[in-house]
Ligand binder design. Structure first.
Ligand code: DX5
Ligand code: ZN
Length: 472
């Protein structure tokens, strides 16, 4: 679970950032599962976000045919009523984008029997996700949420029955303080989501936001405290965040490119290294493989030595080898600027990292896709770089593993909190489609082999393309 507070100047900037977040979440979901299932929110800030998504510049970035739209809550009004959350979204972007009715799963909260309507909505959700309606809730790719000045979210209002719901995914909720009833996702369903995005703007939200994010736990008073998804992002403006103590604007880092020479033409390796150097590569990534730690053999320190003569760019040696301690000196003497070793391949990782440091080289630690982020938590402050493998190591040209994105986000959160100077690199299947996802998750260095050396239109175009899509 991670909670990120992303501070923006004003409501318009919050809406713009939220629209861009939506686009990235959609891309990631479609890459991962082929569909993007999102629950929309009501309110003025979401409305502006929807309008921005309907504009050609942003609309063209989403394959809308792969999106299924739900609502996280609804008032007890019909679909054409001025207060309807459905109507607001329909008018702001669903109709302008020509979204088909099959993709729109509306909460029929106008029905007299609200409990039955909530049950029916749960059945519809189950059907769309292809899961039993009485099992554990499915995981929405994204649930959008606002926050009221009383700290409510969705239609989970302070001291109302819905806060206690421990089973159902969707419930009816009596809201005496508003003399109304609502239909709403329960916290149980909401917290199963891969991502929850709160959008909060305006000075009237300031006291509640400080209580929700930094006050003592009191969810019956501040129901937004009930929400903690795999990744919870609060996009807030300065007016709403004025009373927060711990908000740092999310740092936007320059994204660096590290071409992997594993994919270069070995018949002209020097030329290829000079070509990526001239095209603006920030460093050269040297993939060393021993045929034991990974099922492939590439090259040893002698190639690092040769690369040293071809470029002045930093050389980072990614040692995909067993017992890397045996070769640290050789790569240090061959001209490596940094040496990256795998958690999985070091008998005593802490000592190995210290040894690299003692050689005066940059220190990197690497995790394979199956290795949890926690495996590097104890050595994070020792290293200059964490490399998250986004493929299983051994070969170039493999497909990106989307499940690594949540690990990247987790490690980014730790770096921002405990070791801000540390770099976060990804390696494997990085191309113009996956690069923005990795950057949005928190990577600031991209290793790419086939996307650069294998590009039909040549190295400069390939590097420009990757640079272009990596500005988040
Ligand atoms: C481990 C190697 C590859 C390489 C990148 O397999 O580390 O990931 O650098 O190769 P591409 O960019 O072609 O996936
Ligand atoms: Zn590598």
């Amino acid at each position: 679970m991670s909670t990120v507070v992303d501070l923006r100047d004003d409501a318009e900037q919050v809406s713009r950032a939220a629209a861009d977040y939506f686009i990235r979440a959609a891309r990631e979901a479609v890459l991962r599962s082929g569909r993007f299932r999102v629950a929309l929110a009501g309110g003025s800030t979401p409305r502006r976000m929807y309008q921005l998504l309907a504009e050609p510049e942003r609309a063209s970035q989403v394959d809308w045919s792969k999106v299924d739209f739900f609502w996280g809550d609804e008032r007890t009004v019909g679909p054409d009523h001025a207060d309807s959350n459905y109507r607001m979204a329909r008018d702001a972007f669903l109709a302008p984008l020509g979204i088909t009715s099959a993709q729109i799963i509306r909460m029929a909260a106008e029905k007299a029997d609200l409990a039955a309507a909530a049950r029916e909505y749960q059945v519809q959700i189950a059907r769309m996700f292809g899961v039993p309606a009485d099992g554990p809730p499915p995981a929405f790719d994204l649930i959008l949420a606002g926050m009221g000045k009383d700290g409510h979210t969705l239609s989970l209002f302070p001291h109302t029955q819905a806060l206690e719901e421990g089973e159902r995914w969707v419930v009816e909720n009596e809201v005496p303080q508003q003399q109304t009833r609502r239909m709403t996702f329960s916290a149980r369903l909401t917290n199963r989501a891969l991502r929850v995005l709160f959008v909060v703007a305006g000075p009237d939200k300031q006291p509640a936001l400080a209580q929700v994010l930094e006050g003592v736990s009191n969810p019956s008073e501040y129901p937004s405290q009930l929400i903690s998804a795999r990744e919870t992002t609060w996009l807030v403006d300065r007016a709403a965040a004025g009373a927060l103590k711990r908000t740092r604007p999310v740092v936007r880092r320059p994204v660096l490119l590290a071409p992997s020479i594993l994919a270069a033409d070995f018949l002209k390796l020097g030329e290829e290294i000079r070509a990526v150097d001239a095209a603006g590569a920030d460093r050269i990534h040297i993939d060393v493989m021993d045929g034991h730690f990974v099922p492939n053999i590439s090259f040893g320190a002698v190639v690092c030595q040769a690369a040293r003569r071809a470029t002045t760019r930093p050389l980072e040696c990614h040692l995909m080898i067993s017992e890397p301690d045996r070769y640290l000196d050789a790569f240090a003497e061959a001209g490596a600027d940094s040496i990256l070793v795998h958690v999985e391949g070091a008998n005593n990782l802490h000592r190995t990292l210290q040894r690299i440091r003692s050689l005066g080289k940059g220190v990197g630690v690497v995790l394979n896709p199956a290795t949890p982020a926690g495996a590097i938590r104890e050595v994070l402050e020792l290293v200059d770089l964490v490399l998250v493998m986004t493929v299983n190591p051994g070969f170039g040209g493999q497909s990106f593993v989307p499940a690594t994105l949540s690990k990247i986000r987790q490690i980014r959160a730790w770096i921002d909190e405990y070791h801000p100077a540390c770099e976060l690199e990804v390696d494997g299947g990085i191309d113009p489609r996956t690069a923005p996802l990795a950057v949005e998750a928190g990577a600031n260095i991209l290793v790419a082999g086939s996307a650069i050396f294998g590009a039909q239109d040549g190295i400069p175009a390939a590097i420009n393309r990757l640079n272009g899509v990596s500005r988040v």
